[in-house]
Design a protein around this ligand. Structure first.
Ligand code: AHG
Ligand code: MN
Ligand code: MN
Length: 343
């Protein structure tokens, strides 16, 4: 007897049934995100065939060059969600200001934050890339446009978060606080099918993922921790961890989630908040990780406890097994007197 196929839409509907007051609006919003993911997956798969790769020459609000597929993914997400009626406003890593929908969307219950294409420097090398989304319930009154305060909520308030990884297969990993579930896209039927139910981070942390070229710009605490991972010095692990770093956070995260590992993007001299964005990258991944039994910290506190003050704010990020994250926090406390590097 073949195993039962549970589509992502069915699982979300099943989760919704636990809430007697659920209106189906969240399920409908997720369906729009799933649709967008399918279209982006199709475009990613043919990116090498048509003239969609390569720089456009434009620069995004973060001061980085934008590639065409980024633009495509951004435009598609915003277009589909904007008119869905379920969100009253959106924010994207690629857009400076929040985006409001037409007036009929003022009754939308949710706001969505997006990193439409993560790992964009890897597009032309056929390396895995991803999309990240985060969903909050709005704070502003229904019937009005969404406002900035709807977005500036700590990650703890997230209703759901997830990512799509366009890799050897396309997968969506998603959590609404009821476990973390992975779905693999079956293009023959056009469905994300539940393939990784209730993902739990393995206890063993055998991988560390960090761009070590910033070594000289790190604080002592971060250096000491990475030395430990490599088995250097008195505190060095007897059996060093393996180093794995692709440069697509979604891909590095996904591997570490399945195999057990720690991902670091610390602050550096000159860039004390590091590179990754709190709202589009750190929070959704932290939410998933906590739901899978892991932890995410900025070096001082849980990422999900940070109250954002601006849409595009960045944060140092340490995420993976709980014990390792606690250890990094200890190293930072012990060695880093220059608090501005992690603050
Ligand atoms: P994006 O493509 O959305 O701008 O994100 C790229 C990020 C992240 O995916 C990755 O972990 C990191 O940049 C790599 O940065 P470094 O090259 O500095 O290591
Ligand atoms: Mn990104
Ligand atoms: Mn991006």
């Amino acid at each position: 007897m073949a195993q039962e196929l549970i589509s992502i839409n069915r699982l979300i509907a099943m989760e919704g049934r636990r809430y007697p007051k659920a209106t189906g609006e969240f399920s409908a919003l997720m369906s729009e995100i799933v649709l967008t993911a399918k279209i982006i997956s199709r475009e990613v798969n043919k990116a090498g065939l048509i003239d969609i790769t390569g720089f456009t020459g434009d620069v995004n609000v973060q001061g980085e060059e934008v590639r065409k597929l980024d633009e495509y993914a951004n435009d598609l997400f915003l277009h589909i969600l904007k008119y869905s009626g379920h969100v009253c406003a959106m924010a994207s890593e690629e857009a400076e200001e929040l985006i409001q929908g037409p007036t009929y969307t003022n009754s939308g219950k949710y706001v969505v934050l997006l990193d439409p294409l993560d790992g964009s420097s890897n597009i032309d090398a056929n390396v895995s890339i991803g999309s990240i989304f985060a969903i909050y319930r709005r704070i502003s009154p229904s019937g009005e446009s969404g406002t900035l305060e709807d977005f500036l909520q700590p990650g703890r308030n997230l209703v759901a978060a997830g990512y799509v990884i366009y890799g050897s297969s396309t997968m969506m990993v998603y959590s609404s606080g009821q476990g973390v579930h992975g779905f693999t896209f079956d293009s023959s039927v056009g469905t994300f099918a539940l393939s990784h139910p209730n993902i739990k981070l393995p206890d063993k942390c055998g991988i560390y993922s960090v761009n070590e070229s910033y070594w000289t710009k790190w604080t002592d605490g971060v250096r000491k921790y990475v030395e430990r991972c490599k088995g250097i010095g008195e505190e060095g692990l007897e059996k060093p961890m393996s180093a794995r770093y692709i440069g697509s956070m979604v891909a590095d995260f996904h591997r570490n989630l399945l195999y057990g590992g720690i991902f670091l993007y610390p602050g550096t001299v000159g860039k004390p908040q590091g590179k990754l964005r709190l709202m589009y990258e750190a929070n959704p991944m932290a939410f998933i990780l906590e739901n899978a039994g892991g932890a995410a910290s900025n070096g001082l506190i849980d990422v999900l406890d940070i109250t954002p003050t601006e849409l595009h704010q960045r944060t140092p990020l340490f995420m993976g097994n709980k014990e390792e994250v606690a250890l990094i926090e200890n190293y930072i406390k012990q060695y880093d007197l220059q608090e501005e590097l992690v603050g």
